[in-house]
Design a protein around this ligand. Structure first.
Ligand SMILES: Nc1ncnc2c1ncn2[C@@H]1O[C@H](COP(=O)(O)OP(=O)(O)O)[C@@H](O)[C@H]1O
Ligand SMILES: [Mg+2]
Length: 370
């Protein structure tokens, strides 16, 4: 009797491609299902970054502009994928799939009146890379009544969870999100509010820098208590989870509406940094009062002043960098989208209904085959 032909070995490598609301560009990682085997970061071309930022706000001829920007994101993702394959000595036929987040320009979950938009031409990315592309991870959770965000808590549980301990993971991107890994096995998670998006916007306007390195400019100013109170009065902070947000809510026009004449720009920066630290610390204390450990990742974990204020506001919590747990701060979110692509290929759900509020577990993503 003829034996069946040997089945083709399943490629075990995935690539995760993440570009967050900071708009600092693309992080790409090579992920073997357990660990990151390579990482490349590339900024977006300046004109594409400007257009993606502009597309966060309603404007003229949006459909055409969004389509072209989605092509631009695909081109950037294809470039960084080629760099990653080259740098790691990997062939494209060794990659089972790319998990590609796309660029969020609107995030308004809410059933038939809601949607979430991550710009990326997945068809073009599949065409350019010759690799299966899994993208549009958030829409299915939104269709199931969820927030579509955060999607990283299940990955954080797999990588950072410790049995018997209440551990929280904080991602400081443009927006901040917490994952709550409870000792009893429950997992929570939600966006806490802005992390870097306002800090970046304010220093760009006043100093012409893309970001406030180490929070040094913020540290040179004084926190303005009335402004901080006005900002913390935004209803989003008082909402109970599930909740998620984006630049739709936290943008410079929102800040400008709270400013009074004559404020010193460095003091506003100090206040914005305090807003991030306070909103995270308050949310952690409210939702996980027994937290023993807070693991920070995302670019904001490089902001020494922000880390210092978080540590001061949370004296009973050990604040650690994700790198101490084996994952550098810039690789965690990209690794999560590689992991979500693996979930998709294996037809396993990627969302946690307790986190997003979706009506059930769902396989997340849409496939553009190579
Ligand atoms: N050395 C640093 N000091 C302060 N902030 C930093 C530093 N490095 C990166 N950042 C911040 O991190 C942001 C990028 O973080 P990232 O996790 O990539 O966010 P996103 O997921 O939104 O793209 C930058 O926009 C900047 O605000
Ligand atoms: Mg980024």
């Amino acid at each position: 009797m003829a034996s069946p032909p040997p089945s083709k070995p399943v490629a075990a490598l995935y690539i995760g491609l993440m570009s967050g609301t900071s708009l600092d560009g693309v992080d790409a990682v090579l992920f073997d299902g357990q660990a990151v085997q390579g990482h490349v970061h590339a900024p977006f071309p300046a004109a594409l970054r400007d257009e993606l930022l502009a597309l966060n706000t309603p404007g003229a001829d949006e459909l055409h502009r969004a389509a072209l920007a989605a092509n631009g994101v695909a081109r950037s993702y294809a470039d960084v994928t080629a760099q990653l394959l080259e740098a790691s000595g990997t062939r494209r036929d060794q990659i089972a799939a790319l998990g590609a987040h796309g660029q969020t320009v609107r995030h308004r979950p809410g059933g038939f009146d809601g949607y979430t938009t991550q710009l990326l031409n997945g068809a073009l990315l599949a065409e350019q890379t010759g690799i299966d592309v899994v993208c549009d991870f958030r829409s299915r959770d939104v269709a199931a009544g969820g927030q579509g965000a955060p999607l990283v808590p299940a990955f954080h549980r797999a990588v950072f969870g410790v049995a018997g301990r209440d551990v929280a993971v904080l991602n400081l991107g443009g927006i901040a999100n917490l994952s709550l890994l409870f000792a009893d096995g429950r997992t929570g998670g939600f966006d806490t509010g802005p992390a870097n998006c306002l800090l970046d916007g304010w220093i760009a306007r006043h100093q012409g820098h893309a970001f406030d390195a180490d929070g040094a400019w913020a540290a040179s100013g004084q926190v303005l208590s009335p402004l901080l109170a006005a900002l913390l009065a935004a209803p989003f902070f008082a909402l109970a989870p599930p909740k998620s947000t984006g630049r739709d809510l936290f943008h410079l026009d929102w800040l400008d509406a709270q400013l009074t004449p004559g404020l010193v720009p460095a003091d506003v920066q100090a206040t914005l940094l305090e807003l991030t630290a306070r909103s995270v610390a308050d949310a952690l204390q409210a939702q996980m009062p027994g937290a023993t450990t807070l693991i920070a990742c995302g670019g904001g974990a490089r902001n020494g002043r922000l880390m210092q204020r978080l540590a001061e506001l949370l004296p009973r919590v050990a604040l650690q960098s994700s790198v101490a747990h084996g994952l550098p701060v810039d690789q965690v979110e990209a690794a999560a989208f590689a992991w979500l692509a693996q979930c998709f290929q294996e037809k396993r759900p990627g969302n946690l209904p307790a986190v997003t509020g979706a009506s059930g577990l769902r396989v997340l993503g849409a496939l553009h085959p190579a």
